[in-house]
Design a protein around this ligand. Structure first.
Ligand code: DLL
Length: 435
């Protein structure tokens, strides 16, 4: 049996859903036009008026919003309500420039609780469960987002936050949480600690984990499920839209259901802005249909994914999206070839016998880009025998080269030498200084 937190909303007939989205879109556009000078100007410049937006089909008449727009209006310029209505501020720090600042009204916080409760509910969580939240608490939305979902369902909620893996593992053993939330890379660190300290998996009571905030592959899922003896669900979201809770997997583990009564999904060709057909990858774009404080219109996420065709066996009617394969700005262009770190992760994990820790270093030699893949050996295959090491190196190189179609350098490093991350992992070190 599939567990569904909000049966009415999540299984609404598609026609009714479109009606609801249409009404909500028209309301939102009117609201941003009246309250956000930036949107008023953008809509005027596009030669349209809020009255032209009557149905969700009219969405493509509206201009896109990009991250730079948030920066240009830093910190509060895109808020659609007066500051006295704001009850929470979060921010996400990108790799460049100022933080992206986001705000929530009381209703937005309630909405966050609702969509995060749907997310956890989709993994079968009920109020009888105990939740261990190991995303960072703070300006990052992971910790408090997971927290509010768990409390909204009525679970006993442990605000463990990140760090101090030994203490995390003690809590896992003693407090007996039945589900955990953290980044997939931190889940691996926890799994590694458990393995290194010979802690029997029977000491843990975890049924499932909700992993997200960074891209991860199906092979990583298999690894986490095996090492932690749980079901690993992908969860997706971004601060600008609400935080975690935008997309979530159900027990089918086949695509992320989008809470599209609140966040409307489009997949576009990043060059032309045109809609991509189902199944074809492109840039993920969201429109907030009910947010009060920061209702972004056609926000270009720079994440890459595609819509899955057809309905899911679980009965939810909302659209499903693929696991995001990466960000357009994480995508490396090496000698003209597009490379996502996730492609390399898949190769390494499918080869077996390698630690799931890796890093990509990009350098420029003269006019040529060189990609070096640092791969961590496990204790089992760590050896001083040069011939054996060369053999492993050659095998990894040829696998990666056949998938990417470009030559790469592979550097084997000793076990545990690649940095471990408590939050989002840093997979790419780009030393090219492109700007
Ligand atoms: O990472 C919100 C979040 C917290 C999602 C906890 C899931 C769990 P930001 O810090 O604003 O918000 O970063 C958003 O992270 O645009 C993606 O590039 C990436 N991302 C988030 N979830 C996934 C995922 C949070 N499941 C950015 N798969 C997004 C791949 C993800 N990338």
């Amino acid at each position: 049996m599939y567990h569904i937190y909000n049966l009415k909303a999540e299984t609404m007939p598609v026609e009714k859903l479109r009606e609801l989205q249409s009404k909500r879109l028209a309301d939102t556009v009117r609201r941003v036009y009246d309250n956000v000078p930036f949107y008023r100007k953008k809509i005027d410049d596009a030669g349209i008026s809020p009255a032209d937006i009557r149905s969700i089909e009219d969405l493509n008449k509206l201009p896109f919003t990009v991250k730079q727009d948030l920066r240009d209006n830093y910190p509060y310029g895109l808020f659609a309500v007066p500051m006295e209505e704001i009850v929470r501020i979060h921010a996400s720090s990108g790799t460049t420039g100022k933080q992206t600042v986001v705000g929530y009204t009381k209703n937005d916080i309630r909405l966050w609780g609702e969509v995060m409760a749907r997310t956890l509910g989709a993994g079968g969580i009920t109020k009888k469960d105990i939740g261990h939240i190991s995303y960072g608490y703070g300006l990052f939305t992971g910790g408090l987002g997971g927290h509010i979902g768990s409390e909204t369902i009525g679970c006993a909620t442990i605000p463990a936050s990140t760090g101090n893996t030994q203490r995390q593992v003690t809590i896992l053993q003693d407090f007996k949480p039945t589900f955990i939330l953290c980044t997939p890379s931190y889940a691996l660190t926890i799994a590694e600690y458990i393995e290194d300290n010979n802690i029997p998996l029977d000491n843990l009571s975890l049924k499932c984990g909700f992993f997200g905030a960074e891209p991860w592959t199906e092979s990583m899922r298999a690894e986490l499920e095996r090492k932690l003896n749980l079901k690993a669900y992908d969860i997706y979201g971004l601060s600008e839209i609400i935080g975690p809770g935008v997309g979530y997997e159900c027990q089918e583990q086949n695509g992320l259901h989008i809470a599209e009564d609140h966040f409307y999904l489009e997949i576009i060709d990043p060059d032309t802005g045109k809609q991509m057909p189902d199944g074809q990858p492109g840039e993920i774009v969201f429109t907030c249909l009910t947010k009060e404080a920061l209702p972004l219109i056609r926000y270009r996420t720079r994440d890459v994914g595609y819509k899955l065709p057809g309905l899911c066996a679980c009965g939810r009617t909302c659209v499903r999206m693929s696991k995001p394969s990466g960000r357009t700005d994480d995508m490396l262009i090496i000698r003209g070839v597009n490379v996502f770190p996730s492609q390399i992760e898949t190769v390494l994990m499918e080869m077996g016998g390698l630690a799931p820790h890796y890093q990509l270093v990009v350098e420029r030699e003269g006019t040529l880009d060189r990609l070096t893949v640092l791969v961590e050996l496990t204790e089992e295959n760590f050896t001083s025998e040069i011939r054996r090491l060369e053999e492993i190196n050659r095998k990894i190189r040829s696998e990666i080269e056949s998938v990417l179609g470009i030559s790469v350098k592979v550097k084997l490093v000793s076990p545990k030498s690649i940095e471990r991350f408590e939050g989002k992992a840093v997979r790419v070190v780009d030393k090219r200084n492109l700007k």
